[in-house]
Ligand binder design. Structure first.
Ligand code: HPA
Length: 274
């Protein structure tokens, strides 16, 4: 048994001792989305600080806890505070919570994030459902000694983001009168944002939006056979999309704050029915 596998088991046992009825849905909250807690009924919270092998987050806008809750009567686990590669952790470390979620019984993963857009048809405040990604993280989370208990060594990546949910997302957008967008997410390490030439390159390579998270988590969740839905709030235009203002953490958080209601309305109706 690999060390990673036994650490996953230890974390899972710890959580299962504190909370038995494990929901099937988990939600990873992206930057500035902590206000989801205003919409849900919290049953129990466990700080990352006390879960064995979990690493507390260092980003101020993330608090770092597992929240067991019901959202519209649906049981959910919320991972409030994710780890990023730019904080200095390896991709294996930042994806550890995903493996633990799988070990305790979660099999549907909702990932949220903030992104910049390189597609001129999108603008700040838009919601974009992710249909595929391009991985520019310098390290793959599956790199290293192979343990068959983790899943396949060479997972096929041709069908990662759940297509059925993407269809349902479109229907929900129509019903809620929210513009439906889907696109390709370009994941890179940050934390510096991109130069105009880099944004241009990202567009030429075929992406629509760009951000510093999600891809490592998606690779691991897919290796674990989880159903994956990922959705982004576009927080900034870029030189690639026309006139734009400089991006700051404050502007990102402000756009997320203003647009999060739309995102939560959509997720609420999607989760309620699935
Ligand atoms: N680039 C990378 N990450 C981001 C951006 C961006 O423009 N906006 C929000 N996260």
């Amino acid at each position: 048994m690999s060390e990673l596998y036994s650490q996953i088991q230890e974390s899972a046992e710890f959580i299962l001792k504190k909370f038995k009825d494990i929901p099937r849905h988990a939600i990873i909250l992206g930057t500035g989305l902590g206000s989801l807690t205003d919409r849900i009924e919290i049953i129990k919270e466990i700080s990352f600080k006390v879960i064995p092998h979990f690493i507390p987050t260092t980003v101020e806008s993330h608090s770092g806890k597992l929240i067991f809750a019901t959202w519209k009567n649906k049981p959910v686990i919320i991972l409030s505070g994710r780890l990023h590669y730019y904080e200095g952790h390896s991709t294996q470390e930042i994806t550890f919570p995903i493996r633990v979620l799988k070990a305790i019984g979660v099999d549907k993963l909702w990932i949220t994030n903030a992104s910049g857009t390189v597609n001129p048809e999108f603008k700040a405040g838009d919601i974009v459902f992710i249909e595929d990604h391009i991985n520019f993280h310098p390290e793959n989370p599956l790199r290293g000694l192979y343990d068959p208990q983790m899943g396949e060594r060479f997972p096929d990546m041709s069908d990662v983001y759940n297509k059925e949910m993407l269809e349902k997302a479109k229907d929900c957008c129509d019903i809620l009168k929210i513009k439906f967008n889907k696109g390709i997410y370009f994941g890179l390490q940050g934390p510096s944002l991109e130069t105009p030439a880099e944004y241009r390159m990202i567009r030429i390579l075929g992406a629509d939006i760009v951000g510093m998270s999600t891809v490592p988590e998606v690779i691991v969740a897919h290796q674990c056979n989880m159903q994956i839905m990922a959705v982004s709030i576009v927080t900034n235009a870029t030189p690639q999309t026309g006139p734009f203002e400089k991006t700051t953490m404050e502007s990102v958080i402000e756009v997320v704050r203003v647009s999060s209601g739309k995102l939560f309305d959509l997720m609420e109706s999607l989760i309620e029915d699935n």
